[in-house]
Design a binder for this molecule. Structure first.
Ligand code: GLC
Length: 551
């Protein structure tokens, strides 16, 4: 086996700083707050933190609109706090992975301020400008992901600029080599501070060809990523994860193949979009289709079996809570949260935990559209209404899939505001914090938290979890998730009942195993053979020798 990279056996943990831990009572989480919880994260066993943006920002999109790439937003702290975070994390064996948001900046960034000063500004070409169309309107009918046209009129220079997100997030022009050099210098500046890598925001958009309406996966994408690698990452032992909504199993290896010199892995979203409505996307909720969901994961496991590497995740700051979306956040909350974790963490790839997932945090129901905070949601509601989606359907979709769900404050204990802040939280805490919180689970061996800790420690002890060959089992079974991993004569078989009803599952002959139970959320089993009675949401994995052929 070739030498394994550190990030292949590590587990990532996403911190959404705004909602993690507030140290100064202003209702917004901050860097000192994160530092104060590092022991908790070390105890969980994670290898690195993906830190959502903490750069200077007017916070129109909660920090994904950066006004200065080389400073920290005062609401989060200072550069000194950041350096302390890196050092304190490193002392606990945890790396800090920065969020690299370079498809766009804030309109408050000095580059954009200079660029909009006039057509002959030396910074003009850092952004994407076009003249008005013959009818006086926007140059093309390209739409913003946050709703409305992707073109905003700028009076001063008498041109439109491109913004694939909010109009305050102008897109950078990656075709400009000077701009690219500035970005690489900025990346090196952070890497030299000792960070462990980058998560790259909507990175599949940077190679766009606007004039031919090619946005994602554009013609220059991989040239830029290879150049970026040469200029910044080469020779450094860091991890990089590209957010790539357009990635498919067939294109994934272009990003993360062994000889490509690009990224460690991508976040792909086919398991998310698989559940979306063809017309209204995530704003019209659809029931879970387990067979389709499994197929997405299985296809990715197969596609990157021998080259490339998978990221594994259920949730992030843009997605609903895992247990609410894919599990049962009512009667079977604890058990289904454990089942989802087990299914994900035993696949081949690097698992990512979104803050609060490890204690089984749930979506927080919102009664009316006006009560949502998220900029995307507020921008998309008028668009969806115009296309014919009813208010009730939109509200249901927003509650099921909206971005506020994951952004409610971390639930630390049962004191007011869940121990997140002594002030007024920027986004309301989920009222279930008295029952669901870290303190309540800390000493409880049967908790979701203990289950996550166990899964993470298994990965460190069993190479089969990191490197074993993946084989899907019972792919068409509508209720059971099953697969096996094999390495050097060892077999790890996972079986999970993904429903709230008991069932009898006949083990496919090629997956049977006898040995010892590595993980279970109901009761230990030493074998998975023949006919297996599975309790609601029971998930179990057994490790044993590969049986001799023919048995
Ligand atoms: C990514 C981020 C999301 C942000 C968007 C624009 O999708 O994850 O939160 O709004 O990019 O930067």
């Amino acid at each position: 086996m070739e030498h394994a990279a550190w990030w292949q056996s590590a587990v990532g943990y996403q911190v959404y700083p705004r909602s993690f831990c507030d140290s100064d009572g202003d209702g917004i989480g901050d860097l000192p707050g994160i530092i104060s919880r590092l022991d908790y994260l070390a105890n969980l066993g994670i290898g690195f933190i993906w830190l959502s943006p903490v750069y200077a920002s007017p916070m129109v999109d909660n920090g994904y609109d950066i006004s200065n790439f080389r400073d920290i937003a005062p609401v989060f702290g200072t550069l000194q706090d950041f350096d302390r975070l890196v050092a304190e994390a490193r002392a606990r064996g945890i790396g800090i992975v920065m969020d690299l948001v370079v498809n766009h900046t804030s309109d408050q960034h000095a580059w954009f301020q200079a660029a909009r000063a006039g057509r002959d500004s030396p910074f003009r070409d850092y952004y994407v400008w076009r003249d008005r169309a013959a009818d006086g309107g926007p140059p093309t009918d390209l739409k913003s992901i946050f709703g409305g046209s992707a073109w905003a009129w700028d009076e001063d220079g008498g041109q439109y600029y491109l913004h694939l997100f909010d109009r305050s997030q102008p897109d950078l022009n990656w075709a400009n080599p000077r701009l690219r050099a500035e970005i690489y210098a900025m990346m090196n500046w952070w890497l030299d501070r000792g960070i462990a890598g980058f998560r790259m925001d909507v990175i599949d958009l940077i190679g766009k060809d606007v004039d031919h309406a090619i946005i994602a996966d554009g013609p220059k994408l991989h040239d830029y990523l290879q150049e970026m690698h040469r200029e910044t990452l080469a020779g450094r032992d860091v991890v990089t994860v590209g957010e790539a909504w357009s990635a498919r199993p067939e294109t994934a290896r272009l990003y993360c193949g062994r000889d490509r010199g690009e990224l460690s892995m991508v976040f792909q979203f086919a398991h998310v979009t698989e559940g979306w409505d063809a017309t209204f996307g995530k704003w019209r909720d659809r029931p879970r289709d387990l067979v389709a969901l499994k197929r997405v994961f299985n296809d990715w496991q197969r596609a990157l079996a021998d080259d490339g590497w998978n990221s594994l995740f259920w949730s992030n700051h843009d997605l609903p809570r895992a247990v609410s979306k894919y599990g049962d956040d009512g009667r079977w909350r604890v058990r289904s949260a454990k089942a989802l974790a087990t299914v994900l963490h035993l696949m081949k790839g690097t698992p990512f935990i979104f803050q609060g997932e490890e204690i089984g945090m749930t979506n927080r129901p919102v009664a009316q559209i006006a009560d949502f905070n998220d900029i995307e949601l507020r921008g998309q509601w008028p668009q969806m209404r115009a296309r014919g989606l009813s208010e009730a359907d939109f509200l249901a979709g927003a509650n099921a899939n909206g971005r506020d769900n994951a952004r409610t404050p971390m639930q630390w204990d049962d004191t007011p505001n869940a121990g997140f802040t002594t002030g007024t939280p920027w986004l309301a805490v989920n009222p279930n914090f008295r029952e669901i919180n870290v303190a309540a689970q800390a000493g409880d061996a049967s908790s979701v938290l203990a289950h996550y800790r166990h899964l993470i420690s298994l990965r460190r002890r069993h190479p089969v979890i990191v490197h074993g060959r993946f084989t899907a089992l019972a792919e068409d079974h509508p209720a059971v998730w099953a697969y096996m991993r094999e390495l050097d004569g060892a077999r790890l078989t996972l079986v999970a009942n993904m429903t709230g009803a008991p069932l009898r599952f006949v083990m496919p002959a090629r997956g049977v195993v006898e040995g010892r139970c590595l993980v279970s959320n109901v009761a230990a089993r030493g074998a998975l053979t023949g006919s297996v009675e599975l309790a609601p949401w029971e998930a179990v994995a057994v490790l044993g020798p590969v049986p001799p052929q023919g048995t």
